[in-house]
Write a protein that binds this ligand. Structure first.
Ligand code: SAH
Length: 375
C-alpha cells in the first residue's frame, strides 16, 4: 500500500513544512520541496539536487509524488475538451477545458459524484462516490496543461510574477463547477486552493478562480476567509416553493437564508457574488419568477450579479431548455427590475456532454464501472 508514504502533493506549503519538520527536517526545506513540486514540476525527489543527500534518501523511501493521467480527452466542435482522469482506486473523474479568446478556463471537480441531489443535474444521478483528495483536485490543473501540450497547443500565458520568478501557465482561469459540491469537501478544496494560489505554487490570482456552491450557507464565510476566491451560489429559483422542488439543500438552507448571508458577507471591494440560475422551461423561467428574483436582489444590488444558464439537456432529465426568446425575456425582466448585471452562459461542448451540469461518469466510462462506496 502507498498510504504510509508521505504524499508530497497532498499538502499546502504550511502543511508540507510541518510534515517535513515531523520527519526531522528544518521547516524551510518544506518551502524548497513545495517549489520543486509545483513550480519545477519535479517528478521524483532525485532531481531535487539542492536538498541534502540524507533528506533526499529519506524522501525517496518515505514519500511519493503521484500524478493523474488523462485516459481520454475529447474535443467538441467548439474547442471544449473533456478529459477523463484515472484515479488510483480505479475510479475516474472528469474535468473540462473551455477555451474562449485569450482565456482558457478549466472546470474542476471536487468529488466523484455528488450528494446534493439537484433534480436537473446529471452528476447527481451518480450519488456521492467519494471525496477527492486535495492533490486529486490540484492535479487536474497539471493534467489539463499536459493535455494542452500533448495536443500541440503550445501557447503559454504569462500570469505575472510569483515568488521565484515569472509564472507561465497554459490555463488562465479556474471554475470549480465540475463534479461535486466543493463545500461538502471543504478541507481538501481549501488545501487545493492554497496550492493553486500560492505564489510559490501554481500562482493563480484568487480573482481568477470561482468556486460554485449549491448554497451550504453555514460554510461560506469561513471558506471565503480562508481562500479569497470568487464565489458563485446556485440559486435557481426566487422562492422556496420552486427551489425546494429542484434542490434538496433548500430544506436546510432556504432562499431567505441565502439572501440574509449576502447582506452580511464581508466581501472585498467591488467583488460580487454570482447567483447561478439554471433556466428550466415551464419550471422557473416565467417573467414572474424574474420579477420576484429582481425584488429580492434589489436589497443586495451592489453585491450580486446573476448568471443565467439555459438548461443543458441530458438523457432522462425531465426538463427542457427554454427558447432563446424566453431566455432573453427573463434577462430583460431582471434588468427591468433593477438587476443590471445579468449574463447568459453560452452552452459549451454540449455535443460531447461536457456542458455545465452534464458531467457524470457511468456512461462515458462504462468500460470500468465501479459500485459506489456510499450510495
Ligand atoms: N455543486 C456546485 C457545482 C455544480 S456544477 C453547485 O451546486 O453550485 C455548476 C453549476 O451547473 C451549478 O449551478 C449547477 O446547478 C449547474 N447545473 C447542473 N446541472 C445543469 C444542467 N443540466 N444544465 C445547466 N446547468 C446545470
Amino acid at each position: 500500500m502507498t498510504s504510509a508514504l508521505l504524499n508530497l502533493k497532498d499538502l499546502d506549503r504550511e502543511g508540507l513544512r510541518a510534515a517535513l519538520a515531523a520527519r526531522g527536517h528544518p521547516p524551510y526545506r518544506g518551502d524548497q520541496v513545495f517549489r520543486w513540486v509545483w513550480r519545477r514540476l519535479a517528478e521524483s525527489v532525485d532531481v531535487m539536487t539542492d536538498l541534502p543527500a540524507a533528506m533526499r534518501e529519506d524522501l525517496r523511501a518515505g514519500a511519493r509524488l503521484p500524478r493523474l493521467e488523462a485516459t481520454d480527452a475529447r474535443a467538441a466542435a467548439d474547442g471544449t475538451i473533456k478529459m477523463l482522469l484515472a484515479l488510483e482506486d480505479g475510479r475516474d473523474v472528469e474535468c473540462v477545458i473551455i477555451p474562449e479568446g485569450e482565456r482558457r478556463t478549466l472546470c474542476v471537480s471536487t468529488q466523484v459524484g455528488c450528494a446534493m441531489g439537484c433534480s436537473f443535474c446529471r452528476t447527481a444521478t451518480m450519488g456521492l462516490v467519494r471525496d477527492l483528495a486535495a492533490w486529486e483536485i490540484t492535479e487536474q490543473v497539471l493534467a489539463a496543461e499536459r493535455v494542452l501540450v500533448a495536443r500541440g497547443d503550445a501557447r503559454v500565458l504569462k500570469m505575472g510574477r510569483g515568488q521565484g520568478g515569472e509564472v507561465h501557465r497554459r490555463l488562465t482561469n479556474l471554475v470549480f463547477m465540475g463534479m461535486g459540491e466543493p463545500l461538502h469537501n471543504i478541507e481538501a478544496t481549501v488545501t487545493a486552493l492554497r496550492v493553486l494560489t500560492d505564489d510559490a505554487g501554481l500562482a493563480f490570482p484568487p480573482r481568477r478562480i470561482t468556486v460554485s456552491t449549491v448554497g451550504l450557507v453555514d460554510r461560506i464565510p469561513e471558506f471565503l476567509e480562508r481562500t479569497g476566491v470568487n464565489l458563485a451560489i446556485s440559486l435557481h429559483a426566487p422562492d422556496d416553493e420552486v427551489r425546494g422542488r429542484l434542490m434538496p439543500v433548500n430544506r436546510r438552507h432556504d432562499v431567505g437564508e441565502v439572501f440574509a448571508l449576502l447582506k452580511t458577507l464581508p466581501l472585498p471591494r467591488r467583488r460580487r457574488v454570482t447567483f447561478e440560475y439554471v433556466l428550466l422551461a415551464g419550471v422557473n423561467d416565467e417573467p414572474a419568477h424574474a420579477r420576484t428574483l429582481a425584488r429580492r436582489c434589489r436589497e443586495v444590488l451592489d453585491r450580486v450579479k446573476v448568471n443565467l444558464i439555459p438548461f443543458n439537456p441530458h438523457e432522462g432529465a425531465p426538463y427542457a431548455r427554454p427558447s432563446p426568446e424566453r431566455v432573453a425575456a427573463f434577462q430583460a425582466a431582471l434588468q427591468h427590475g433593477g438587476v443590471e448585471n445579468v449574463t447568459v452562459r453560452r452552452a459549451r461542448g454540449d455535443d460531447i456532454l461536457a456542458a455545465c451540469g452534464q458531467l457524470a461518469l457511468e456512461k462515458l466510462a462504462g468500460r470500468r464501472r465501479l459500485p459506489a462506496a456510499r450510495p
